[in-house]
Design a protein around this ligand. Structure first.
Ligand code: GLN
Length: 193
């Protein structure tokens, strides 16, 4: 299995390291030709405004959309989740790829809670709580048909979702040593889940 990690900007090295720990080949993607032959793609955290602009300039946007339409599994974390969304409720600074039936709000926790860590119950990962690392994180404000919400905060806010072979988290599983979320993505790719 070969997974690409979009490396235009942001925290891609951590994803590569987790995938390697799971025994999977992971390649940084900066050029359109590096998207060829991938079994899956990760869009990491960072700044969705910058990532969105850079992938457009580098001619990756159209090709990524085309591959997703043809069934490429994609996992977006934080800024990556923002880019997967159909709509961003606050402002038009970012042009999302518009491939997931979710409406997200950027920087949804405000200044007081810019970064925090909290234990999440994610039923698809089993009973053991998952360490949720949130950094200037977005939330899922609304989801539509075909979307399964995978994780909620204690107050009911949705923070992870799946739609077919697309997976999104508002938090950063790559900044923990818990491999279960990435394993779940691999299981989606192989059709086990
Ligand atoms: N706040 C960032 C954005 O709006 C996302 C932060 C992150 O990816 N850690 O793009």
């Amino acid at each position: 299995m070969k997974i690409g990690v979009l490396a235009s900007q942001g925290a891609f090295a951590e994803h590569v390291s987790i995938l390697n720990q799971l025994g999977v080949e992971a390649l940084p993607v900066r050029l359109p030709r590096e998207l060829t032959g991938l079994d899956g793609l990760i869009i990491p955290g960072g700044e969705s405004t910058s990532i969105g602009k850079l992938i457009f300039i580098d001619n990756l946007t159209g090709e990524i959309k085309r591959l997703i339409k043809n069934g490429l599994p994609v996992f977006g974390t934080c800024a990556g989740m923002i880019l997967l969304a159909n709509e961003i409720s606050d402002g038009n600074e970012v042009e999302p790829l518009g491939v997931m039936n979710i409406i997200v709000r950027r920087n949804a926790f405000g200044r007081q809670r810019e970064s925090f860590e909290t234990e999440l119950i994610i039923p698809v990962l089993g009973e053991k709580p998952f360490p949720g690392v949130f950094i200037r994180a977005p939330i899922i404000e609304q989801s539509d048909s075909g979307v399964e919400i995978l994780a909620k905060l204690a107050d009911g806010t949705s923070v992870a979702a799946r739609q077919g072979k697309l997976l999104a988290s508002a938090f950063h599983p790559e900044l923990t040593d818990d491999l279960r979320f990435h394993q779940y993505f691999l299981d989606i790719i192989t059709g086990k889940r």
